[in-house]
Design a protein around this ligand. Structure first.
Ligand SMILES: Nc1ncnc2c1ncn2[C@@H]1O[C@H](COP(=O)(O)OP(=O)(O)O)[C@@H](O)[C@H]1O
Ligand SMILES: [Mg+2]
Length: 260
């Protein structure tokens, strides 16, 4: 077999004609109008668009937190839209990691236990392995020294790095992030972006929704959402520190073309 015939890896995530309407309003609010999107294995994808354009809805419908009105979503070989609620919950727990603007930690547990609990629920028979993995991540993301602190005793940046650890503790196939730096100042934002960049380098597929160009500039590819449709994409390639200003310039000019 020659190199050009080598099989390409199948995408990690594929949506076909994905639609979402909310029927709680009269008339119903149509938010996603037929989204066809493929996220490659190991890709770091950013989704941008104006506020209210449907970015979060897209992330929720793809990750099974909400059900699309029509269309489907495939995670590897699995058709998520076919799954029962119970199988969907299991799939979310074992194959997906989530980071939100807020960390949503339990206040009666310390940082480490907040990270461990969901992973132990997913992999109850692998306690030692899960604990070792979590402790290694706490070290790596620079929060091992606050692991036994209560969640009100650490900074916002530390909390958000902890939520990355929590999301990765099950070794998910895909990491979903919705405005992961939305509540952080610029130095904490940099810490979190560096953490995400490292996670991407390890080969984890990432889909991140953001309205912050500094975040999107870390991604391999940026797609733009308008009126519930993906209207454009920008291929930035793999992020390198030395390349930052060229990427920022390219992204900002692309965003201006979209009146962002
Ligand atoms: N549960 C809901 N019921 C009705 N409309 C909703 C609901 N959730 C979101 N929307 C509407 O869907 C649109 C897209 O919202 P969202 O996905 O949160 O946008 P973004 O994340 O891009 O800011 C908005 O107009 C919002 O008002
Ligand atoms: Mg949103």
């Amino acid at each position: 077999m020659t190199l050009s015939e080598a099989p390409t890896t199948s995408p990690a995530l594929v949506t076909t004609a994905l639609e979402k309407s909310y029927h709680s309003t009269e008339p119903p609010t149509r938010v996603l109008n037929g989204i066809d999107l493929a996220v490659r294995q190991g890709e770091f994808l950013a989704v941008m668009g104006a506020s209210g354009s449907g970015k979060s809805t897209l992330l929720y419908c793809i990750s099974g937190m909400d059900r699309p009105t029509a269309g489907n979503v495939r995670l590897g070989d699995l058709d998520l839209t076919e799954l029962s609620d119970r199988d969907m919950s299991r799939t979310r727990l074992t194959k997906m990691g989530f980071i939100f603007q807020q960390a949503y930690f339990l206040s009666n547990f310390n940082l480490r236990d907040n990270i461990l609990l969901p992973a132990l629920k997913a992999q109850p028979k692998e306690r030692a392995e899960v604990e070792a993995r979590v402790d290694a991540m706490l070290q790596r993301f620079g929060i091992a020294h606050v692991a036994d602190h209560g969640i009100t005793q650490v900074s916002g940046g530390q909390l958000q790095r902890a939520s990355i650890c929590r999301a990765l503790a099950t070794k998910p196939a895909v990491l979903f992030a919705d405005e992961p730096t939305g509540a952080l100042n610029s130095s904490m934002t940099l810490d979190v972006l560096d953490a995400l960049t490292g996670v991407h380098r390890d080969g984890t597929t990432i889909m991140m929704v953001t309205h912050d160009p500094a975040c999107a500039a870390r991604a391999d590819r940026v797609v733009y959402l308008r009126d519930g449709l993906l209207v454009d994409e920008l291929d930035l390639g793999t992020w390198h520190q030395a390349d930052t200003s060229r990427r920022d310039g390219e992204l900002l000019s692309w965003l201006r073309d979209h009146d962002f």
